[in-house]
Design a protein around this ligand. Sequence first.
Ligand SMILES: C[S@@+](CC[C@H](N)C(=O)[O-])C[C@H]1O[C@@H](n2cnc3c(N)ncnc32)[C@H](O)[C@@H]1O
Length: 207
Amino acid sequence: MNRADFEPVSGISVSRETFSNLERYVDLVRKWNPTINIVSRKSLDDIWNRHIVDSVQAFTCLKCTGSWVDIGSGGGFPGAVVGILARELSPNCQVTLIESDQRKSAFLRNVSRETSSGFRVIAKRIEDVEPQYADVISARALADLSTLLEFCERHLKSSGSAVFPKGVTWKKEVEAAQREWKFELDPITSVTEPQAVILKIKGIERA
Ligand SMILES: C[S@@+](CC[C@H](N)C(=O)[O-])C[C@H]1O[C@@H](n2cnc3c(N)ncnc32)[C@H](O)[C@@H]1O
């Protein structure tokens, strides 16, 4: 995808430098994917829509001026994309990625360095990391909503918000989570997949 095509699809305008950092990230994912299995081989052919634009939606659905923690980051969706965009668009937002797999964490540190994004990578299990008191927590393809809310209980400030891209089963996950949790929910339809949503959640409390 080129920069002119990226802007209408993603809904954001970025500098040449930020766009070239996204391109650099895509090159690194393609290079490392056969070794560390970041995304499925099939989805690699459509990496801009399936992974980059999908991650941009998580970034644009709220404004972060404090700390953003992406958990279970894998190869960096959405966390690395958030880190690359935040450098230009939310320079006061500190981005941290938590990923327990050591090879993926090494990859993520390389991405942070090569794109000069300055996002931090913690190579530990989410449950073992000291509480982060984040303003925003994001996670894609990590766990069901109830489990994600437990991670928020540990790492999200009480005034913070969570951003979870979810597929077609999202309503069932919300119903199950509502048995144990109270929260305010704002589901935003995905631009890349009409049955998918970005769940924006705040006011999380045990029921
Ligand atoms: C299915 S992948 C999704 C990765 C990425 N978010 C994405 O959407 O492409 C889930 C990732 O979470 C990591 N993970 C799973 N449980 C974890 C835990 N308890 N603490 C830290 N990382 C975890 C796994 O190592 C894996 O890289």
